[in-house]
Design a protein around this ligand. Structure first.
Ligand SMILES: C[S@@+](CC[C@H](N)C(=O)[O-])C[C@H]1O[C@@H](n2cnc3c(N)ncnc32)[C@H](O)[C@@H]1O
Length: 208
């Protein structure tokens, strides 16, 4: 079952590679050459791979799913990009303190079983002055805005319907409100946090 879901997600999001390339260009414009970059929960690894094409960064992806780690390793090899994909839990990361200059966590935070621990771990593994960016769905995203976003994903009619139902009946249920995020962030030790609402989601920027 996990393998089937992972493959479906990989194919679906593979249709929106432009989004990942755009995000990678944006991040590349904000970090130094040779930065140590971590993606927490990279799934198929599209962001890491697109970022890897843009410069000599040292990029690591940490995902709890063995299946996704395998998929991501294979995709990076196909693209000829070096990324270290590792299996592990966001709530207990296998990295030393003060390791990364930048970290991203996209479309994954709401799935974490121990979200506060994950924030504390993000803070721990960032270098002082390092920055983390969480991009995720927000609980108060309207059905209309979700439908609009899914329509723009370029999926077949059946897949579009299935994806809309997944958002409505699963993803929104586990998503957080801004207040819930503020409450969780207060339990981690970041020097600065900023929460921006952007169409169906949030962008949460955290500086250590
Ligand atoms: C919807 S995918 C998002 C993948 C990718 N970030 C993207 O933007 O396409 C969510 C990912 O979170 C991972 N995940 C869930 N809980 C996790 C945890 N506690 N630690 C690390 N990864 C986790 C899943 O295995 C899955 O790969």
């Amino acid at each position: 079952m996990e393998g089937m879901v992972a493959k479906w997600y990989t194919t679906n999001t593979g249709k929106t590679l432009d989004e990942f390339a755009k995000l990678a260009r944006r991040i590349a414009g904000q970090i130094q050459p040779r930065s140590m970059v971590l993606e927490v929960a990279p799934g198929p690894g599209y962001f890491c791979i697109e970022l890897g094409k843009l410069g000599a960064y040292s990029i690591t992806g940490l995902d709890i799913s063995h299946t996704f780690v395998e998929i991501a390793r294979k995709k990076a090899a196909e693209e000829g990009v070096h990324v270290e994909f590792r299996q592990g839990n966001a709530s207990s990361m296998p990295f030393d303190d003060n390791t990364f200059d930048f970290l991203l966590c996209r479309a994954a935070f709401k799935n974490f079983g121990q979200p506060v621990r994950a924030l504390q771990e993000m803070c721990r593994v960032l270098k002082p002055g390092g920055r983390g960016l969480i991009i995720d769905l927000r609980k108060d995203a309207s059905i209309e805005s979700i439908n609009h976003t899914v329509d723009a994903m370029g999926l077949s009619a059946v897949n579009r319907m299935f994806t809309k139902l997944t958002f409505r009946f699963f993803l929104i249920k586990s998503a957080y409100t801004k207040q819930q995020f503020q409450h969780m962030l207060a339990q981690a030790n970041f020097a600065r946090v900023d929460i921006q609402e952007a169409d169906i989601g949030f962008e949460i920027s955290m500086t250590k």
